[in-house]
Design a protein around this ligand. Structure first.
Ligand code: NAD
Length: 476
């Protein structure tokens, strides 16, 4: 079930600005409604979170927090089918991907349930007569804003570590897709948290989002989305002098050397750009390939791209639609501009009939790494192929973008694999593999303009806590 309400202070309440329609991108039809919220709702949520942090929730010990998170994981697991169906309808994800995402939100809560009571500090050698210890303490009230591309996964990714560490949370998902998130909150509401520990406020970015990002009562902001809004959120955080985590996307290279196992690489390379219709911050969008194998690889990719099945999410295609008309137009404009800049469409899958917002997977050749399409995030299923001469050239091209989120190196030469992985500036580098956004256990986040701060893995807990040192003078 997904209701058009916010979850604030342990209660379901209407949004102060009414409701918003959610659109099913596979058909352009209404998928449901969410609450439309503004400053008043965000104020209530922040106030509830503060009261919880200073009250019952703040007094909940680490093991008990872990148990609550584990309750959430179990409830989510029991409702994977329902969550997946809503996620698929709302985002246009094929059911298989939606099921993976529904399973992963549960996995996030499970992982951080186990981590909650393992976040310990240090005892620090100091002068005679002193005992000194440090503790990892929660920051207080944490704000969370996520985009529409992986609503369920990102809910788990941002909320579970913050709650495990003892923060009280105020969460705003994206207005383009959050029906499954509201459903997940129905289950979070059943898990037994004290009122106000976890709050949901839905609505538009410029209303609910801006109210949260600007709120003086927040102690930490975690934002995933566009660089433009990321900058605003960071400026707001500067005004209030509080830490911020930014995850702003990428232009991730897959570097393929002559000696790579192409049978293994090929399906991974294709999947890394078509997964979620290319709307993945860590999509493998630049294929950086050694000249000698360029033509053979391109021939094989042309066959594969021409055969990708695009369609409405409920028909279980290889890829579904783009999230909305605006994003679809953006992808079309990117490809048109690339052609003007001299790139060529080498292959394009069939676009299905119907009112859905489909963009067929597209392979582009004759791409210069300096060009607009090679430098900017398309957020669509468009793979650009860029040839390189040798190892130094490969590293130069891989790094020659403003982003630094993830990368892959494909080679059978172990020494080269590690040299190139070391030389690439990115938060994650795969060797002979690629997992766009994958791995709950693996620290994830950007370098350069991809942002900063780390989510996932144990590392995420350091971002939502700070260190408090106690110096005890007991005399020698
Ligand atoms: P966006 O940055 O506009 O929205 C992301 C989130 O921020 C949403 O929840 C939105 O409601 C909120 N928001 C919007 N304006 C806000 C404001 N003024 N203050 C506070 N919050 C605000 O991103 P988008 O429109 O969803 O997508 C635009 C582009 O962003 C995409 O084309 C893509 O390049 C990029 N993007 C990146 C990621 C990623 O994972 N890095 C995800 C989605 C989109």
């Amino acid at each position: 079930m997904s209701r058009a309400q916010n979850y604030i202070n342990g209660k379901w309440v209407d949004g102060s600005l009414g409701t918003l329609d959610m659109i099913n991108p596979s058909y352009g039809s209404k998928a449901g409604e969410i609450a439309r919220s503004g400053k008043e709702d965000v104020d209530a949520a922040v106030k509830a979170a503060r009261t919880a942090f200073e009250g019952d929730w703040g007094k909940t010990d680490a093991a008990s927090r872990g148990r609550l998170l584990y309750n959430v994981a179990q409830l989510l697991e029991k409702h994977v089918d329902e969550l997946a169906e809503l996620e698929s309808k709302d985002t246009g994800k094929p059911m298989k991907q939606a099921r993976t995402d529904a399973t992963l939100i549960a996995r996030y809560f499970e992982f951080y349930a186990g981590a909650a009571d393992k976040l310990h500090g240090d005892s620090i050698p100091f002068m005679n007569g002193y005992t000194v210890y440090s503790q990892r303490v929660p920051l207080g009230v944490t704000g969370h804003i996520i985009p529409w591309n992986y609503p369920l996964q990102m809910t788990g990714r941002t909320l579970a570590p913050a709650l495990a560490a003892g923060n009280a949370t105020v969460f705003k998902p994206a207005e383009d897709a959050c029906l499954a998130v509201v459903c997940a909150f129905e289950l979070i509401a059943e898990a037994g948290f004290p009122a106000g520990a976890v709050n949901l406020v839905t609505g538009l970015g410029e209303e609910a989002g801006a109210a949260l990002a600007n709120h003086p009562g927040i102690d930490h902001m975690a934002f995933t989305g566009s660089p433009e809004v990321g900058k605003l959120v960071m400026k707001n955080s500067a005004d209030h002098i509080r830490p911020v985590l930014l995850e702003l996307g990428g232009k991730s290279p897959q570097v393929v050397f002559n000696d790579a196992d192409l049978d293994a690489a090929m399906p991974v390379i294709v999947n890394a750009i078509i997964q979620n219709a290319g709307q993945t911050c860590s999509a493998g969008s630049r294929l950086v390939i050694q000249k000698e194998i360029h033509d053979d690889v391109v021939d094989e990719l042309i066959k594969r791209f021409n055969n990708i099945n695009v369609g409405p999410a409920d028909t279980d295609p290889d890829i579904g639609p783009i999230i909305n008309k605006k994003q679809l137009k953006r992808v079309e404009q990117f490809v048109a501009r690339a052609e003007e800049d001299g790139a060529a469409i080498l292959a394009q899958a069939q676009k299905p009939e119907g009112k859905g917002y489909f963009y067929p997977p597209t392979l582009m050749g004759r791409v210069n790494n300096d060009s607009f399409i090679a430098q900017n995030e398309v957020f669509g299923p468009v793979l650009t192929v860029i040839p390189f001469e040798d190892e130094a050239d490969a590293i130069r091209i891989a790094n020659d973008v403003e982003y630094g989120l993830i990368a892959a190196v494909w080679t059978r030469d172990n020494g080269r694999a590690h040299r190139v992985a070391d030389a690439i500036t990115a938060g994650q580098v795969y060797i002979n593999g690629y997992g766009a956004g994958g791995g709950v256990e693996l620290p994830f986040g950007g370098m350069k303009k991809s942002g900063f701060g780390r989510e996932k893995g144990f590392e995420a807990l350091y971002d939502v806590t700070t260190v408090k040192t106690t110096i005890v003078n007991h005399g020698s």
